[in-house]
Design a protein around this ligand. Structure first.
Ligand code: FES
Ligand SMILES: [Fe+2]
Length: 461
């Protein structure tokens, strides 16, 4: 806990090229984030394949708010899981199939489109029960989908999801949302992590330098991945970020001559046919990793199923998306979905899931590597001697041309080398813009792409 934090202080710090550690622990900052960020953005809620039939629902969260996401005859709808009578949660399950939700407190019943359709003894106890039914629907949450990804917002003024995502959709498509017809495999795994949500969001969007050190056990010791210098610094790899929007995604292409290794050939053909603009990027493609502002991250990569290197045994590809759901200034709940191409065989899907579980599932080795570090950062960021420490974001600080740039044509966003902190700096610029209320239209305003992190050599113009 820290008192007297001001946004002007923060801005000054960022202008000096540093970030005070207390942003990862401060209770006031957390309260600001809830109102200024999570109440205004599009929050990822669910994948359409989780609710395939009319009546299917899942309960998900926008920070602390439970939201019922359901497929109705009129499309996908979402409502805050809160009765309009006395405020009890009306849906007690986490997932299921139901046309209606009956409040356990006094029995008011709502249709899955949110209308109040039943009040016990309504005619006897209310003067005008029909008026009450008309007026008291479940609180609505706006929902829109992008290729199966369902997002919701509490902000009626938010731009369309399409506008919010902008050209980051190009990377969602490359990840597999277009052409691979991804579906969820099993339920999302969930666990509590004693770390601030922004550490995870910033790591996925994008911190590629940590891979060799944090994940050294698999990479350096077991030599599971062909990590040479080129794997990080190879000219065909890059990070793209989106000024004002906060998204950042990395693309790694270390296997020239091999197309999107681990994806069945028939699906590669389909990807190329559906999105010819992606075809050149499938060559050599290993990893797509990123964060969609503020707290949805995605990752696809291969993982050997045993203690051998990629190329010397089975190494299925897996796809995961995850939400870093804030549950407090120093804690989050992680929601992690494993996705698989619908057309893969059951055996292929199962192996892909095993690969996911080994590396990034709840007990995954990569997952635990990261969690351990993130927990430590959060504890120090709250500590007496640590909270005022300034953190450094100078990698690729001068965002000028670089030699590899010529290998990257047709990729949208601001394109930078694979090892960069440009995406992270953009994350923080966007974060500050939101905290300052500078994005009532739902994405970053004028502060979005400059004004902070500039003085340490960000190229002008
Ligand atoms: S609180 Fe739901 S019916 Fe009373
Ligand atoms: Fe990691």
């Amino acid at each position: 806990m820290r008192s007297g934090v001001s946004l002007q202080d923060l801005e000054r710090e960022l202008e000096n090229g540093a970030l005070p550690a207390w942003v990862f622990s401060d209770a006031q900052v957390y309260e600001w984030e809830k109102e200024a960020i999570f109440k205004r953005v599009w929050n990822f809620l669910a994948h359409e394949s989780e609710i395939p039939e009319v009546g299917d629902y899942v309960v998900r969260f926008i920070v602390d708010t439970p939201v019922i996401v359901t497929r109705t005859e009129h499309g996908i709808r979402a409502h805050v899981n809160m009765c309009r009578h006395r405020g009890a949660p009306v849906c007690r399950g986490e997932r299921g199939r139901s046309q209606a939700f009956r409040c356990p407190y006094h029995g008011w019943t709502y249709s899955n489109t949110g209308e109040l359709v039943g009040i016990p003894f309504g005619e006897q106890i209310y003067v005008d029960p029909e008026r009450i039914k008309r007026e008291l629907s479940l609180p609505r949450v706006r929902v829109q989908s992008y290729r199966g990804l369902i997002f919701g917002t509490l902000n009626e003024q938010a731009p369309s999801l399409e506008d919010y995502l902008g050209e980051s959709t190009w990377y969602l498509d490359l990840f597999g949302c277009r052409g691979l017809d991804l579906e969820v495999f099993g339920d999302p795994e969930r666990w509590i992590l004693s770390a601030n949500w922004k550490i995870a969001a910033e790591n996925f969007g994008v911190d590629n330098l940590h891979i060799l050190s944090t994940h050294g056990s698999l990479i350096v010791e077991l030599k599971q991945f062909p990590f040479r210098q080129e794997y990080l610094l190879g000219p065909a790899n890059f990070v793209a970020y989106f000024p004002g929007r906060g998204h950042a995604i990395a693309v790694n292409r270390p296997f020239p001559g091999m197309k999107f290794v681990g994806v069945p050939e028939s699906l590669i053909t389909r990807m190329e046919a559906e999105a010819p603009e992606h075809a050149p990027f499938l060559d050599g493609l290993s990893t797509v990793v990123g964060t969609i502002w503020p707290n949805l991250s995605l990752l696809t990569v291969v993982q050997p199923l045993g203690p051998y290197p990629v190329g010397q045994g089975e190494a299925p590809r897996y796809w995961t998306i995850r939400v870093w759901q804030p549950t407090g200034p120093t804690q989050m709940q992680v929601w992690s979905w494993c996705l698989v191409p619908r057309a893969m065989s059951d055996e292929q899907k199962w192996k892909s899931f095993q690969a996911y579980r080994l590396s990034f599932g709840i007990s995954g080795i990569f997952e635990q590597d990261d969690a351990e570090v993130w927990k430590g950062i959060t504890e120090l960021a709250a500590s007496l001697g640590g909270r005022e420490v300034r953190l450094n974001y100078e990698i690729d600080g001068v965002e000028g041309p670089w030699p590899g740039q010529r290998f990257i044509k047709g990729a949208p966003g601001v394109v930078r080398p694979y090892v960069t902190e440009a995406g992270a700096r953009n994350f923080w610029r966007t974060w500050l813009t939101y905290l300052r209320g500078g994005s009532d239209d739902g994405h970053g305003g004028s502060m979005g792409d400059r004004g902070v992190f500039d003085s340490r050599g960000r190229a002008a113009g």
